[in-house]
Design a protein around this ligand. Structure first.
Ligand SMILES: NC(=O)C1=CN([C@@H]2O[C@H](COP(=O)(O)OP(=O)(O)OC[C@H]3O[C@@H](n4cnc5c(N)ncnc54)[C@H](OP(=O)(O)O)[C@@H]3O)[C@@H](O)[C@H]2O)C=CC1
Ligand SMILES: O=C(O)C1=N[C@H](C(=O)O)C[C@H](O)C1
Length: 266
């Protein structure tokens, strides 16, 4: 059965990429294209950027969601949480790629998953989800005598830091060390910081140009350094991951899942 997909943030970088991916797949169809109130994109054909119109006009009317099975949402936390309320009303499942949620926002997603099925992940790519697995192994083996540092670089338009992926990488390492990330994270450094404390996870954020998403985890020891790097060179990896999540959600009614579960890595 064809899955009816709604896309939020249709004129955004990921929104456009998702629309292309949906148009190219034969088991999903674009039924709703959303953008926010006041966006210049409202009323335009959602596929116009591909050079071939598809007849789905971008709307700011969230009631249109009743015509969808699944909403794929890569917007901003405040937008996603607004969409979450309406999706619960209409029984629409959600795939959430948005990053930058605070604790209250994450709790809202968790609560909503008792009513609708949700996949949320700070990175939908197969490669990054494999890296999470590699980090579990590396951090388990390097829990003493090695300092973990996470460096990420993204395009200059990104609004949140560090990236959701960097945070998730930190969480994977902290978990392998039986720690909570918030207790051992050093989010940035400046001035006379003193020597590095053992057992901490350091973060460094770079922003510039059109970098899609680079992440490196360094385990620095005495006499050697292990580096695990992922570099994204095309946003299709996130869109294709989202479509895999849509196929996975087809068979779920409720529950909160991550990409590790979608990809069978758990
Ligand atoms: N999980 C993953 O694999 C990935 C996650 N991301 C995350 O996805 C999100 C979007 O990234 P990107 O596409 O680059 O961002 P863009 O800024 O290019 O696109 C965001 C879209 O969402 C819209 N939007 C902004 N605020 C709201 C709101 N309050 N309500 C509804 N819509 C809103 C924007 O509209 P307008 O332009 O009018 O503001 C725009 O259309 C970010 O959080 C990013 O970190 C990105 C890539 C991969
Ligand atoms: O904003 C982006 O572009 C990206 N955001 C996600 C994140 O914050 O980790 C995923 C990817 O790195 C691209």
């Amino acid at each position: 059965m064809t899955i009816k997909i709604a896309i939020a943030g249709s004129s955004g970088r990921m929104g456009r990429m998702l629309i292309e991916a949906v148009q190219a797949a034969d088991d999903v169809e674009l039924s709703v294209a959303l953008d926010r109130l006041g966006s210049d994109a409202i009323g335009q054909d959602a596929c116009a950027h591909t050079g071939k119109n598809c007849g789905v006009l971008i709307t700011d009317q969230l009631s249109a969601l009743q015509n969808a099975d699944i909403l794929i949402d890569f917007t901003r936390p405040e937008g996603t949480l607004e969409h979450l309320i309406v999706c619960q009303q209409y029984g629409v499942k959600m795939i959430i790629g948005t990053t930058g949620f605070d604790e209250a926002g994450r709790a809202m997603l968790e609560a909503a998953s008792q009513k609708i099925a949700i996949v949320s992940a700070y990175n939908m790519s197969i490669g990054v989800n494999l890296v999470f697995k590699l980090l579990e192994i590396a951090a388990g083996a390097l829990s003493h005598g090695y300092d973990a540092e996470i460096v990420e670089m993204h395009h200059k338009h990104k609004v949140d830091a560090p990236s959701g992926t960097a945070i998730a990488m930190g969480q994977a390492i902290a978990k392998a060390w039986d720690q909570t990330l918030s207790e051992i994270a050093v989010w940035s450094r400046e001035g006379i910081t003193g020597p590095r404390e053992d057992g901490k996870i350091g973060f460094a954020t770079l922003r510039g140009g059109d970098v899609i998403g680079d992440h490196t985890v360094v385990f620095a020891g005495e006499g050697e350094r292990i580096e695990i790097t992922h570099k994204a060179s095309n946003r299709t990896i996130y869109a294709q991951g989202s479509l895999r999540a849509a196929r996975f959600l087809q068979h779920k009614e409720t529950g909160h899942y991550d990409m590790q579960e979608v990809l069978g890595l758990k």
